[in-house]
Design a protein around this ligand. Sequence first.
Ligand SMILES: [Zn+2]
Length: 481
Amino acid sequence: MLFWLIPVAVVGGFFAILSVRAALFIPKKGQRVEGGNAAPVEFDAERAVTSLQRMVQLPTVSNYDKSKVDPAPFEAFRALLKELYPLVHKYATLERIGDGGVLYCLKGKTDDAPTVFMAHYDVVPAHEEQWQNPPFCGKRKDGELWGRGTLDTKGTLCAALEAAETLLQDGFVPARDIFFSFAADEEVAGDDAPSIVDALRARNIRPALVLDEGGAVVDGVFPGVTERCALIGTGEKGMMNVELLFESAGGHASAPPPHSPVGVLAQAVNRVEGRPFPAHLTKPAAEMFDTLGRHSTFVYRLIFANLWCFKGLLSSICKKSGGELNALMRTTCAFTAMRGSGAYNVLPPVASVGANLRLCPPDNIDSAKAYLKSVINNDAIKLRVFGASNPSPCADTKSEGYARVKTAIEQTWQDAIVSPYMMVACSDSRHFCKISDTVLRFSAMVLSGDDRKRIHGNDERIEEAKLKEAVAFYMRVISAS
Ligand SMILES: [Zn+2]
């Protein structure tokens, strides 16, 4: 009889369902706004570049050790803003909050929930000898402006204020209050942003939209997608440092125990690396797969259209490959610091290994610590957690604030596909989640792979054309605020 046909038909039917789902998994109608209809915006592009040039020439380098920070360039930076943006200083109130926090408020016509545009004006140190041009020279060459902070984040700070100044020249009054919140210690996880949040909370202010640094307009970040993507961080992973400590009697290395402290810790490291945290399909990742997956090749669409069946496969691909896609799917644990004996012939009385974890929701500080403990399975190894913060809540992509940012992006980078994503690094914006449901992370510029390496690296610089696009973006998003 033909009973053997039954399993063949089932398998065939199964693949037919997967293929039909993949074939139907195409961009949704209305996923892209008609950016082409956007009116061009006019502003003084040359002034924007020279303004950023002057900002970059001030070496506002922050340091975890406050006694090592030179306050003069920070003071000069705040004075420079007054000089460059007279109308912002005429129409907006200005407060100094915390050590170097700066908060401007431009009054709106209504009491509707306000908007906050964030940036930071401190920068990380630069190893001058490794740069082609000095890091604080602000040199203009071949259409590029050189200097530490051009990308992170004096560029967007400058673009936001250039946009506001230009709009104010034409008598612009926002529909609702607009805040510009600039920290001077973001790179050292300082108190400026939390202090500003505390001040706003004390006034019962709940912003409808908070926009900070984060994703950007990027190429080649999603498998099978050739178009440019504008990634808006709708959530941010948490972070924690863990020290694995093992104490022993120490002693001379000539008569060691069968397992040295270093050997015990090495075994623990091995166990953790051999059993990565479980994968989670977070809301931002699911939305990203649902948005960008539709623009991918058929093979990838087969996977992303059928995650109900391929989630396990995707998880193991990510586990093996590591990198950004893996970081999007699970809590990562990078072992970074080791400490043992100071001498080769002495057993260490205390040995330790340090790890930096990035927490993917729903994992949190407590659950991640418990997972490590169970995987290590050795009570003699003590875990010390410090520098920890839980993952942020995720913003709603159906919110009015998200739509406002998405539209301004589509009007500025008309060929880019806008997508939510989960930010794997930390930003000051996480503090604002206490007072706003719509905290978005988008650095308003095109960033190539090389640009991204230069952030915190050598030879940081920005193409002047990219700064101009950033100003255009801010003019659109501020006008709509
Ligand atoms: Zn940075």
